[in-house]
Design a protein around this ligand. Sequence first.
Ligand SMILES: Cc1ncc(COP(=O)(O)O)c(C=O)c1O
Length: 384
Amino acid sequence: MGSPDYDLDAVRRRIPLLRPLVLMNACSHAPQSEPTRAAADAYLASWDRDGMDWDLWMEEVERARSAFARLIGAEPADVAVATSVSQATASVASGLDYSGERRRVLVSGAEFPTVAHVWMAQERFGAEVTRVPVRDGVTFPEDYEAALDERTLVVSACHGYYQNGFKQDIPVIAELAHARGALLYVDAYQTLGTARFDAPASGADFVASGCLKYLMGIPGIAFVWVRPGLAERLRPALTGWFGRREPFAFDAERLDWAEGARRLDLGTPPVLEAYIARAGMEWLMDVGLEAIGAWTRTLGARLVEGGRARGLELLGTDDPDRKAPSTAFACEDGHAVEVALRERGVLASARGPAIRLAPHFYSSLEDVERALDALAEVREGGGA
Ligand SMILES: Cc1ncc(COP(=O)(O)O)c(C=O)c1O
């Protein structure tokens, strides 16, 4: 597959930063694009023109919620708006009850630290955190099976591992968790936007993501989907007025819970971010997540092959079916490599003793080759 099933040049023309740079940092931050810049301009124009237009701005937040729902094959009523994945996770975690026998939280070693931290913070409310190990950069379903028991309340398993792009098998983990009566929380920040993902069909009970990486947005907004019917079990201690049935009743005497996932909404939502988030997600959906998935798989496979051909040490799996596009290579000092690559016009992302090359739907095969050549040159140059 030498080119994607969409007009790659047309996509690339909408991202000015692709002219001077090779962008391999999608696992960390999306580039600015015409659609997202236009969305930001629309907010700034509204703010400048009207001072405030809460009706319009709240409508925009709802449109962003709906776009996220559509992206994951879900309904807007089952999506909460958050400001980060940390907050989304904390909102969900604060809504669970750790006082019974079933109080264990099984956290995969592949979680981004923030997610693990949130679960650990629930220990003061009775939660007991147990772990699933990462072995050779990947996790194994049998380790989940061995760690699960009838005391497990919730399993926290990210979809894509931020360190090396390894994709955990969510349907399999969901089946194992549910067989023991546990819930499954999935942080899909490293995969959403790179391929089609159907949250209801995945078996997960919660799916969270922010927008600043593969969803082409910026920091400050995130979403969490809650399996229909499950939200009613949650009484989030981390709450705010937008989690009420009627926020604009301004009733400080009554704590009620909005229907569905909205009870996880918190304070005044991130309006500018919602404009941008919707533009990014709608662009991805217009291009087509099926086609994007096929192309990012090709790019990921090329990184693995090309890295091998250049003698680079791959971290994590080489199985294209189990990989997000982000691909990690070993190095002594990831930060030094990141700086050296930037000097060569390649934006990559370091994580300790690893450098991640993370292409996206806008990337070409030439980008992949140029990035690998630059990395091989830096590695041969010694030091990093
Ligand atoms: C998988 C994953 N989860 C969570 C985060 C952090 O989320 P937030 O900063 O929105 O809390 C990141 C990266 O920054 C990530 O890669």
